[in-house]
Design a protein around this ligand. Structure first.
Ligand code: NAP
Length: 525
């Protein structure tokens, strides 16, 4: 069986330790071993000292051209990558495309953004401002690339999107990358790493791939480095308190758990908008078997509309339940969870949700699935719950337990924005919430009252229903991140995304000198 190694300091290698076994989540067949790495101090230094200067010697546009080449390269391998995502991640072909095309979309968007940036080593954030009205001294803010390493730690659910998306932004900003995929689904990330490393598109040291555990990696990071983490809140907590990361002031961005909501406005009862609620909810519960950080977990519905929505949604989910199984089969619409541990965690989470809700559709212990070998695979059919109490109890499990699978809870509310905002806020900070309404006053209030709890607010109305996207779609132009429990992180968001990898620098100088230095730049945001 193949052993997947790390690509560090310009070569493929592994270190001591027991390799981890990767299996096909649909059949539990063995796929490959992941070998732990060694020599992480050297890798950090190599990225910083070799990759960093090489990238900073290029203009934004030249770095954008690198992204363009990578997009072309990976696009040429798209079909093979999709096949690998199906066997190694339990993805249906649709799920696999979502992950792979999502990453390619970020590459393309940041390559395009590069064309709008100046041929300078920095980006201006604002216009020069007089520090004192009578003085010629001005202050202006620039973003300059940090002289460190961008370390990316990714979650298991998007091995492609997580790797490529984070890489695109860091490279355009001028920082070398060392990326660590989650081990359980690392086969796809490893193949992408092979393609990137083998292409020689990026300068030496600009891309390194760490397989297996992070080991002592964080002990070697310093004040110019950036650590962008995506994963669970518990792991995030370990990083937030890691002695060296704290002592060295390493910039840390966290994308963690999120209890995303949808709010159905009191005016929505039929027509295209009602259909959109059902369509989006079905996608958000079942795409990637609900293993998306942006998936809808809480459906906040006016009490009087809840029975209709529950019955209609249950019908749609029953259809997907009948087509849940081995994604190698064309008939299958939803695949398994990624690991046995994820399945055990999801079932335990459903038990927790049942403290304040009851299951209205689905069986968490069903064991027969389409084309799945008997007793094998980590399958969970779509589960819909309805709150039985606790909707207005901030401590209720339905506001705290993120079941990372095809599971969501219907929660009644009183039809007011204040009522919905309270429930959304109990989630403690989320990546995204969607408000479905044609009532302009309701929607305007929602921005002010729900907004502080969110990184992204999707407003869906009848007019835009036909061309709208399900809320779990993360576009590179829009902010990805959320307050509080979601990690307080911020990624993507077009130009704003570059800020994670750049230092904000106030340059204070005479008006003439500033104008000479910064004349070619345009404000960054
Ligand atoms: P996880 O267990 O926290 O793992 C995330 C990453 O951290 C993996 O690469 C993992 O490596 C690594 N890791 C785990 N323990 C570590 C430690 N002690 N030191 C250093 N690295 C460590 O999360 P997951 O199970 O992969 O992902 C599921 C969670 O991610 C969900 O809660 C979901 O909400 C969240 N998520 C959030 C977003 C977002 O953008 N906000 C996106 C996707 C997922 P190994 O795999 O090698 O252990």
């Amino acid at each position: 069986m193949r052993t997947l190694e790390s690509f560090l300091t310009g070569k493929w290698s592994s270190g001591p330790g027991t390799p981890a076994l990767l299996v096909n989540p649909a059949t539990e067949e063995s796929l490959a071993h992941v070998a732990p790495a060694g020599g992480l101090a050297d890798a950090v230094a190599y990225g910083r000292d070799t990759g960093g200067p090489a990238l900073r010697a290029l203009t934004f546009r030249q770095r954008g051209a690198l992204l363009q080449s990578l997009a072309k390269l990976l696009h040429g391998e798209r079909e093979a990558l999709i096949d690998l995502a199906v066997t190694s991640g339990g993805n249906t072909r649709g799920d696999a495309k979502f992950d792979i095309d999502g990453g390619l979309g970020v590459l393309a968007a940041y390559a395009e953004l590069a064309d709008t940036l100046p041929d300078d080593p920095w980006l201006a954030v604002d216009e020069p401002a007089a520090v004192v009205r009578t003085s010629k001294v001005r202050a202006q803010h620039l973003l300059v690339p940090r002289h460190g390493l961008a370390v990316h730690i990714n979650a298991f659910n998007f091995p492609s999107w997580g790797l490529i998306g984070k890489l695109a932004v860091a490279i355009l900003a001028g920082m070398p990358v060392l990326t660590k995929p989650a081990t359980s689904t690392a086969a796809l990330a490893h193949r992408i790493g092979e393609l990137l490393a083998g292409s020689n598109v990026l300068p030496p040291g600009a891309f390194q791939l760490l397989m297996g555990p992070a080991q002592d990696l964080f002990d070697h990071l310093g004040p110019q480095d950036v650590l962008a983490f995506t994963g669970g809140a518990r792991t995030a907590g370990l990083l937030r308190t890691h002695p060296n990361l704290v002592a060295s002031g390493v910039r840390l961005n966290v994308e963690a758990d999120s209890l995303n909501s949808v709010v159905v406005g009191p005016d929505v009862s039929e027509g295209e908008l009602w259909d959109l609620v059902l369509r989006d909810a079905t996608v958000e519960l079942t795409q990637k078997a609900g293993q998306k950080c942006t998936a809808t977990r809480r459906l906040i519905v006016p009490e009087s509309r809840l029975p209709d929505l529950r019955d209609a949604l249950a019908d749609r989910l029953a259809d997907i339940a009948a087509k849940t199984g081995n994604p190698a089969s064309k008939a299958v619409k939803m695949g398994p969870l990624s690991t046995g541990q994820q399945l055990a965690d999801a079932r335990a989470g459903i038990v927790r949700l049942q403290e304040h809700a009851s299951i209205v559709r689905g069986d968490p212990h069903r064991h027969d699935f389409v084309d799945a070998p008997a007793g094998k695979g980590f399958y969970l059919e779509p589960i819909l719950l309805q709150a039985t109490g606790g909707a207005l109890d901030p401590k209720a499990s339905l506001h705290h337990v993120e079941v990372f699978g095809p599971v969501a809870t219907l929660i009644p509310y009183d039809g007011t924005v204040a009522g919905a905002a309270k429930i959304v806020g109990f989630g403690g900070g989320s990546l995204v919430t969607t408000v479905y309404s044609d009532d302009r006053e309701f929607v305007a209030k929602a921005i002010a009252e729900l907004g502080p709890h969110l990184g992204r607010l999707v407003l869906a109305d009848e007019k835009s229903a036909a061309g709208s996207f399900p809320p779990g779609c993360v576009f590179p132009q829009a902010n990805h991140g959320g307050p509080g429990r979601a990690g307080n992180g911020a990624e993507l968001g077009g130009r704003l995304g570059l800020e994670l990898y750049m230092q904000r620098l106030a340059v204070q100088a005479g008006a003439g000198q500033l104008a000479r230095l910064v004349s070619k730049t345009t404000p960054a945001a």
